[in-house]
Design a protein around this ligand. Structure first.
Ligand code: NI
Length: 245
């Protein structure tokens, strides 16, 4: 159920039965020459919408912009500062709580979002907002990582992974018509974190982080997508059963 396609009367009727909402979040950032800039929000959005469809629960519009400061040395990246992102997340949650939602679950596709989202949750609780606030990062789920490991082993890496690129190939195949296909060396770079945008580009000159995105395949994407949906459904069902204190 997509919030953007509902009327307020339908939302009011939903709230008599259920109090959960999913919100896809990601980033608008470079994903190497092989991957597309919308990767992180497109993966999160497609997974969240499928979970919402199968569980008959509301999915709010995607928040595409995330915390991507370390990718700003690459053209096309758009970032929010952590401070702004915390406020945006807080105000989205507060809006939903005001209408009677009590379980707000962010389906996340981007690592840089995790710290600010958790900070927003801490602050909401400090301000005594009632409800369950969760973030589920699909690529961190153990069963998803098990599949990635079988498919790509060490070559999955940490950014512009063949796993996330496979999902976007499955969801948006036309976007890949003119992307490069040639292989490059995969260097195992040991560094520190966080990195400034210039440090990032020095260490990872084409935007990959220890990954081999040319291995991405539509069929792998379907497999990984299905597993992420399956595991997130299990997690969301548990969240729906929790008692709100
Ligand atoms: Ni990504």
């Amino acid at each position: 159920m997509l919030l953007e396609e509902m009327s307020y009367t339908e939302v009011e009727a939903y709230l008599l039965e259920k109090d959960i909402v999913l919100i896809p979040i990601g980033s608008v950032e470079q994903h190497s020459p092989y991957g597309i800039i919308g990767t992180d929000f497109i993966t999160a959005e497609s997974i969240a919408r499928e979970v919402g469809r199968r569980l008959d629960i509301i999915v709010a519009p995607t928040l595409p912009y995330g915390m991507s400061q370390h990718h700003m040395a690459f053209a096309g990246t758009i970032t929010l500062s952590p401070k702004t992102y915390v406020e945006v997340i807080k105000e989205i949650v507060i809006s939903l709580l005001e209408h009677g939602f009590r379980r707000v679950v962010f389906i996340n596709g981007h690592g840089g979002n995790i710290n600010p989202v958790k900070t927003a949750f801490d602050q909401l609780k400090y301000e005594n907002y009632r409800g369950i606030f969760e973030i589920i990062s699909w690529y961190l789920l153990q069963k998803v990582q098990d599949i990635e490991n079988v498919l790509y082993g060490d070559l999955n890496g940490y950014h512009a992974t063949p796993s996330e690129i496979s999902i976007t190939k499955f969801i948006r195949p036309k976007a890949f018509r003119n992307k490069p296909k040639g292989e490059k060396p995969v260097e195992k770079v040991e560094t520190y974190w966080p990195l400034s945008k210039d440090e990032f580009r020095n260490v990872y000159p084409d935007g990959r982080m220890n990954s081999a995105p040319w291995l991405a395949k539509e069929n792998d994407g379907k497999l990984i997508f299905e597993e992420a949906v399956r595991v997130i459904i299990e997690n969301v069902r548990k969240i729906m059963e929790k008692e709100i204190i």
